[in-house]
Every structure is written in C-alpha cells, then in structure tokens.
Design a protein around this ligand. Sequence first.
Ligand code: GLA
Length: 387
Amino acid sequence: MNNLVNQLRHAFTESFPGTPLIVRSPGRINIIGEHTDYNEGFVLPAAIDKAAYIAITLRDDDEIHLKALDFNEAFLVKIADMQPVTSNSWPNYILGSATQFIKRGIPLCGFNAVLVSDVPIGAGMSSSAAVECATVFALNEVLHTNLDKLTMVKMAQKAEHEYAGVMCGIMDQFASMMGKKDHVIKLDCRSLAYEYVPFKLEGIKVVLLNTNVKHSLASTEYNTRRKECEQAVAWVRAHVPNVSSLRDVTEEMLDNYVLPNDELIDRRSRYVVQEIGRLLSGCEDLRQGNVQALGKKMFETHEGLQNMYAVSCKELDWLIDQVKGNEAVIGARMMGGGFGGCTVNLVKEDAVDALIDTIKPAYEAAMNLPLTYYVASIENGTEIIQV
Ligand code: GLA
C-alpha cells in the first residue's frame, strides 16, 4: 500500500500544485448471498486489502482535471459539461460520483484528482465501487459537506447506476465504505440494518482465484436478471398483495404463481429465495464456529448461480469442479455479478501453496488463460490516509 500511496503522491505533485488529501477505499469479497441485494435480501461482504486511492485538491475554477495512473491517461471536463463518457471508462466512476453532490444541491467547484488502484478490474471484487466510494468520501472532506456514511454509500451506488449503466444493488458500495477489519458485514438490504460478524477463522485463508475472463455480457445480463426477478414478484403480488420483493416470497408461492407462468423466471427467482435462506443459516453456522457447514453452503450457492441463475461461465465452473473434492477447500463459489471474475475459496492455511501450485498450471493448460490469485485479508472500509 505504501508504495502505491507514494507513487500517487509523487504523480500528483508532478501534475498539480498543493498537498492533496488522499483517500483509500477498498474492494470487497462476499462470503455468501449473491444477487440477493437488489431483491431486498441479505449479503455477507467484507472490505479487503486491495483498494483504490484518490489524491484530490479543490481548484478555484469550474474545471475537473483527472489522471489515472493505471492507464496513464488524463481527462478534463468543465462541471457544466459532465456526462457519462464511453462505456466502462474510468472517468465515469469519478464524474458519476461528483455529479451526486450537484444533485443534492451541494455546490461543486473544480478539482484536481489522481487515481490509482490495485483492485483488479473485472474480477468481481468491485473495483468500480472502490473508486466511487473513494471519490464521494474525498469530495465530502474537501467540500466540508458533512455527509453521513450511509448517504455517501447511496451516492456511490447512484454513480454506478447513472454513469456506468449497471443497476447494481447496494452491497459493493456498502462493503467498501463500511468495512471493518477482521469482520464480515451481515447487511439487510431492505432496512439497511447491519451487524459486524467476526471473521477470523483459525487456520483458514480466503483465496481468490481470478479466471481473467471479463465478459462483456455482464452488465446487460445483470439488468436482465433484475427484470426477471421483478416479473416474478409482480406475478406473486397479483395474488399476495403485501409482497414487495423476493425477500417476501416463499418457494410455495413460486410453485403456485410463477412456475405455471414461466419455467425460466421460476428458476431465477427460486435461486434468490433459496439463497436468502442459505445466507441466514450460513450466518448461524458462522456464529457456532461451524465453518464446514458454511463451506458446504458456498458450494450450493455456486450450483444455484450456475444452473438456476445462469450467471457463471465455463472457467468459473472449472475452478469450482477442481476444488470440490479437495478436503483442504472448505467452501468455494463464484463471486460477484458473474460471467467471469473470481471464485472465493475458504482454504486450510497449510494447503494454500499446494493448491495454487496444482491448479494454476492445470487451469492455464485447460483454459488457455492466465490464473491469478490473491490471499485476501479483511480490512477497514473507506478512510483518509494520514500523511
Ligand atoms: C455486483 C453488484 C452487486 C451485487 C452483485 C451480485 O457486484 O454490483 O450489487 O448485486 O453483483 O451479488
């Protein structure tokens, strides 16, 4: 981290005057509870030791000057001309976040900002949420707007909706902003009530295996899944009026009101209903120290994401198949939106090296793609880096 921060500080002073404020905002993992956030269910994410860093100072005009060290690119726009740039481009995450201040009636002035990140892009570790949260938090500081963290989480989520076009739930931005060292966050995505659950498993590491597949399908399919879930809710609601999301739906309701209409919508929504239940009992497992039981549920989640929700891909499935019979791997599943990115694995500490040594060359030979890996540690959420 220090290295990245030094690099950032150096790059900032080479381009702009003044001493910048530096904010760090992490990527996230999610243990269980996938595609449940926008269905008002629960999630169990945590912030990790990979993060986006932004260095920022205000200007006395109306220009926004941006630099991204990872791409060696610069971008300049006047506040009045801010709008989304070509899809998936890094300025979107900063501009989308800055716009949220104006939308709240907060006067925005020009600023200089340099960005660097070691959250791998497209790996399902929320590199975009990290940038959005870093930007909102940093602007809140330099503009002295005194926004509370939950408001900033919602602003960062809106940035993703409006400037990246992904109608994401609240998990990623919440985890990045609110993370707590050595804890996962049990978040109720309906009420936004949350609880920090200790997650320091004796002799077990969280290993992320990155397929290095970035499917362009991901954002369109994501929005399609949301609509499929909404359709299921509409069919149920026609019979059970107080149902407002899949959170309120039971499998019996699906049997009665969704399955007769459409088998595919039934499969999608049944995955979500089951996953919400799985998370709740997974949290119980964790509380009782029964990591084996939690791990088993992670494998079940993967099966659901693969066969019912259909957001996996052959590379992710291959990685899960490989670790399934390995007694050192307690649980594993694909993580995040899907169609590529990482699997999250709970692995016995003394077996991590052996696992990597075997699976890396095997994956590379079978898939003709590099396999990268990270042993993630759970860290605090968005924070100012003290100089
Ligand atoms: C992406 C979204 C999240 C969540 C996950 C799937 O990461 O940004 O809101 O829906 O996919 O669980």
